[in-house]
Design a protein around this ligand. Sequence first.
Ligand code: FUB
Length: 459
Amino acid sequence: MRSRPFLSMLCTAAMVLLAAAVPTAAHADNPIVQTVYTADPAPLVYNGRVYLYTGHDEDNSTYFTMKEWRLYSSADMVNWTDHGSPMSVATFSWAKSDAWAGQVVNRNGKFYWYVPVTNRSTGRMAIGVGVASSPTGPFTDALGHPLVENGEIDPTVFIDDNGQAYLYWGNPNLWYVRLNSDMISYSGGVNQIPLTTAGFGTRTGNASRPTLYEEGPWVYKRNGIYYNVFAAKCCSEFIGYSTAPGPTGPWTYRGTVMPTQGSSFTNHPGVIDFNGNSYFFYHNGALPGGGGYTRSVAVEKFSYNADGTIPQVTMTTSGAPQNGTLNPYVRQEAETIAWSSGVETEPSTEGGMNVGYLENGDYIKVKGVAFGSGATSFSARVASGTSGGRLELRLGGPTGTLVGTCTVAGTGGWQTWTTVTCPVSGATGTQDLYLRFTGGSGYLFNVNWWQFAGAGSVR
Ligand code: FUB
């Protein structure tokens, strides 16, 4: 029996209210994911795309009840493709719970995902390593046991220019090991980074934690400067950062990257450069039903100051600007989404994910779609275990200009796929495309992928 997730119901209710109050053009693009609650962003740039690894806060969660990690990717920083859950607590036979904040790095054609989980036999937090030959997984346990375990969390991995890799982690302390080139063993023992107030700022009112460092380190190097961006103070956290002349310090506290904002008492940084721009990922409680245990990842674009210091970044609902456009004349996954209302995703029998649980009025926004001189038809891969509905193609908003409507009939099953095609008129230039799902009551149909055809495709 398919049941509608709580988050989806809340989103739909909130969006109905919002639609009445806000012009459709003002639809937000932050948080990045609306289909589930996500936390602890860990972006990776690979082969012209940003792969965004996240945690997954369960609906109605009242603690960090996290069973799996999720993955999204984008080539333009606004349209994000859902890749489902390529790794979970169950990947690690020795772990029992707590799929908390990790990071993926790429080396020697493999992808290593360092994560904190609770070790079943010791009851302590430990760092495990997943490995895959593709950024989308599937990831398997690289070791069959923890890489390192001292009851502390939040691994970040950085590979220096000379090839030496470092794994840092910790709350309440800050630790590192020198990883060997196999990325799944280390040499030289476990080292502790001294948490001095010069290095990590001064916290008042907590004698046992005199510095601002709390958790969630994100270590990287840029233009010869080593950065450690971290969740600071508690609670609520803000994001602070320190710099150093080398990977092991000495660290100097540099101030605030993101002040305390956003109705989640934790925050978590992820910093990348992509296509000539710099981006800061974080999480907040901005979705309907959101809060400290129902968080959502978001992103802002920023520019380093000339001396390499990081300016203060503020949470927005608009997010980062689009970097490029989306080509509608090649197959696009239906789960490539800038914003959605009432939509869920699930694994498809045809591979990858499909969107589903679609009800009357639900929609998907795809931002900056380059129709060029014009589209003449639209095809979509659909399935319906009921009697289907209509897939409306609208421009500029969920009730914007209608440029085509595909009728979807029942196919005999939610994973019984067929392709429908319908004419399109008036889709030219670069537009925000809305796929709007209409019909009777209950679930209408699922969509796996879509593609336009027409004069605009000859480019
Ligand atoms: O998401 C669980 C924990 O909350 C993370 O490991 C911490 O960084 C905090 O965000």
